[in-house]
Unconditional design. Structure first.
Length: 162
């Protein structure tokens, strides 16, 4: 595979749930890293990420680069991107929507390798029994993100507020 020689730009955001690094190449986001300090803090990026997490449209400067990904991975990430704040979907349901019933583990792998957390809100994907499942930023960050969207998390289970 040929390496992309275009320069990368990285900016940092400090959010209520932790630090975020966003990396661009060629005008597209190529990676979002959670819980990693560093980069130049950008308050405009913080505002944009906050707006996206509240359900706003992803601004053009935060569009992601999915070049080189399989069709299945792009389909799953696209479906995940459509999960609105305040909603959760199970890995199994996302697999069914992607046309691969019984593919919950495959969806889990796509979510585990999601290079764009927050922009593609994999924190909104949970296990069929409504337990949190894994998260690249850690279980505590996934819990904080879901609680900020109105969910209650008790004993590792996600519940709608009463």
């Amino acid at each position: 595979m040929m390496m992309d020689s275009r320069p990368e730009t990285t900016k940092a955001a400090v959010m209520p749930f932790g630090s975020v690094l966003v990396t661009w190449r060629g005008g597209r986001v190529v990676r979002v890293d959670l819980g990693v300090p560093g980069g130049t803090r950008d308050r405009g990026l913080e505002r944009k990420l906050g707006a996206v997490l509240r359900g706003g449209r992803i601004p053009r400067e935060l569009w992601v680069d999915t070049a080189g990904m399989s069709a299945f991975r792009r389909r799953v990430l696209g479906l995940c991107a459509g999960i609105r704040p305040g909603r959760v979907v199970s890995y199994a349901e996302l697999a069914r929507q992607a046309g691969r019933p019984g593919g919950a583990r495959a969806v889990g792998r796509v979510m585990a390798d999601n290079p764009f957390p927050l922009l593609i809100p994999c924190h909104r994907v949970v296990r069929s029994d409504m337990t949190l499942g894994e998260y690249g930023g850690g279980a505590a960050m996934k819990r904080r993100l879901l609680e900020a969207e109105g969910w209650r998390v008790a004993r590792g289970r996600v519940r709608k507020p009463e």
